[in-house]
Design a protein around this ligand. Structure first.
Ligand SMILES: NC(=O)c1ccc[n+]([C@@H]2O[C@H](COP(=O)([O-])OP(=O)(O)OC[C@H]3O[C@@H](n4cnc5c(N)ncnc54)[C@H](OP(=O)(O)O)[C@@H]3O)[C@@H](O)[C@H]2O)c1
Length: 505
């Protein structure tokens, strides 16, 4: 009998993107073309799409920034970026196909007429490359620059095609600023033209949570307060703040990760099954979850900041010693909290969330701990091995799913030992997982907003985060309280201990 479980998948992005049709001809305008996101993620993602033949034949990329550069010099820099950060080998023909439609415009949108050269180039490309007036505007600029760019594009007469606006995270820094930013954007763009990115939703493994829950009949009946004791969601990073001090000082872990990635993971873990996989059906269910999260009890909110320590055998400075960080900074680089989703499915089931920088390892997981079996008949003899079932969804790295069950140890007695049933992406599918940005850029071109955040969800996320920030307003934290390279502050373990629990991983 064959035990083979391998599955060959030819083109994973195409297979999983819902892209039965290719995107319409279009121009993609990247604002912030001289920045980190463009060279590390966006251009490598476009290259990977071109590599798989997923971009439209009539396509152009217009990079826009204030930094002086020629198109030739920008193309060369982007080629180097693809070589360094891309997941596919550099193929001369593929690159030439993409690069021949890439242009760079040096301009400052805040100066009078700063947008003219971009608009003229787009009209030219419509004629030369047949992009048909369809535009994707990608705002890869700091939040402070968004309003100027949006107003300038929005005030221009529209070309005859469709328009889509991709806005990077963070969308605002609290509920009020998110609403204000949105009010400005919606004076020029309709909600279905706005694509608010949280790149976590573009990850294969995050989408697989939806497949796992809703494509399998066996999990949904037990996916609730009756069978699940608690859920633990972790976004742990081993990197520090790198060179993002000015952004991080005004954001901290709660705005940088809790508001978006952690709440997204919580929403897809806890949401009700949508009627279909249309954008609004999925987003309606997600927003209900975020709105049902009660502000956390202050006794169950822990914040931390890393001090000096060691990562991979190398000494690293504490947060307050990082360049650009205030010597007495009270910005948190770690957050752990317990929250409840107040609805029928989840009432009384704690969701423990945590995220931090410069932790001992990089790992994003969703763990569901099930209640113990109600009456195991062999309790006394089974001993230690009788542990509750645990389901772990590994979002990154080692993407996959594992379930811990109790199994009988071979032999005379009835000794039970925990064992793991594992599904690992790379062992089953034999393909590299596509980068989140590939999926999201393609979806935006296709006009599919399922994996983008609607404004009501953004507002609900910020309302929750604002409630935490308000708790911290007058309390001076005792920072630093964990060493870089450790598992985080001791108070995060104490939070669990108070509930007679421990962090599972
Ligand atoms: N990097 C990432 O991995 C990442 C991940 C998630 C989200 N994001 C978000 O993506 C956005 C860009 O991040 P980044 O890391 O690429 O930042 P970055 O390296 O600082 O680049 C910012 C880009 O925006 C342009 N810019 C800056 N100020 C501007 C202004 N006032 N008007 C017009 N353009 C301006 C800069 O170009 P010029 O100075 O040449 O104009 C540069 O190209 C941010 O909102 C960030 O939060 C980034």
């Amino acid at each position: 009998m064959s035990t083979k479980t391998e599955i060959e998948v030819e083109a994973p992005v195409a297979a999983g993107s819902g892209s039965e049709r290719p995107p319409d001809p279009c121009s993609l305008v990247i604002f912030g073309a001289s920045g980190d996101l463009t060279h590390r993620k966006l251009i490598p993602a476009l290259y990977s799409l071109e590599y798989r033949g997923l971009l439209p034949e009539n396509f152009a990329v217009v990079g826009v920034a204030r930094t002086e550069s020629s198109t030739e010099a920008w193309r060369e820099k982007m080629r180097e970026a693809v070589t360094e950060f891309g997941r596919d080998p550099m193929d001369k023909d593929v690159w030439e196909r993409l690069a021949s439609g890439m242009h760079y415009v040096t301009t400052d949108f805040s100066s009078e007429g700063g947008e003219s050269d971009v608009m003229k180039l787009l009209e030219r490309l419509d004629k030369e490359r047949g992009t048909k007036g369809n535009r994707v505007y990608y705002l890869a600029v700091p939040p402070t620059a968004i309003r100027t760019v949006v107003d300038k594009i929005g005030e221009r007469p529209r070309a005859k095609g469709w328009v889509r606006l991709i806005v990077e995270k963070p969308f605002g820094r609290d509920c009020a600023s998110a609403k204000a930013m949105n009010e400005d954007i919606v004076t020029h763009f309709a909600e279905n033209e706005i694509f608010r990115i949280d790149h976590y939703l573009g990850k294969e493994t995050v989408q697989n949570v939806l497949a796992f829950r809703f494509a399998n009949g066996i999990f949904e009946p037990i996916w609730n307060r009756r069978y699940i004791d608690n859920v633990q969601i972790t976004v742990a990073e081993s990197i520090g703040i790198e060179d993002r001090a000015s952004f991080y000082e005004s954001a901290g872990a709660v705005r940088d990760v809790v508001q978006n990635h952690l709440l997204q993971l919580l929403a897809i873990t806890a949401m009700e099954p949508p009627a279909d996989f249309e954008a609004d059906a999925v987003r309606n269910e997600k927003v209900k979850v975020v709105r049902a999260i009660a502000p956390p009890d202050p006794a169950y909110v822990v914040r931390g900041q890393y001090g000096p320590g060691e990562i991979d055998g190398k000494k690293v400075p504490g947060y307050r010693e990082e360049p650009g960080v205030a010597a007495e900074s009270s910005t948190e680089t770690y957050v752990a909290l317990k929250v409840f989703v107040d609805n029928w499915r989840w009432a009384g089931t704690p969701f423990y969330l945590r995220t931090g920088k410069h932790l001992s390892s990089r790992s994003t997981t969703i763990v569901a701990l099930f209640r113990p079996a109600p009456h195991p008949p062999f309790l006394e003899i089974a001993g230690e091995g009788l542990r509750p079932n645990v389901l772990v969804i590994h979002i990154q790295p080692n993407e996959g799913i594992s379930i811990r069950i109790g199994a009988k140890v071979p032999g005379q007695g009835m000794t039970i030992q925990p064992v793991h049933l594992n599904f690992e992406y790379d062992r089953v599918f034999h393909v590299q997982l596509p980068e989140a940005y590939e999926k999201l850029i393609l979806d935006a071109m296709l006009g599919d907003a399922t994996l983008f955040t609607r404004i009501d969800e953004v507002e609900a996320q910020w309302a929750f985060v604002d409630s935490i920030v308000a708790q911290w307003k007058n309390a001076k934290p005792d920072f630093p309280n964990y060493a870089a390279g450790s598992k985080g502050p001791k108070s995060a373990d104490a939070l669990m201990a108070r509930d007679n629990r421990v962090w599972c991983l």
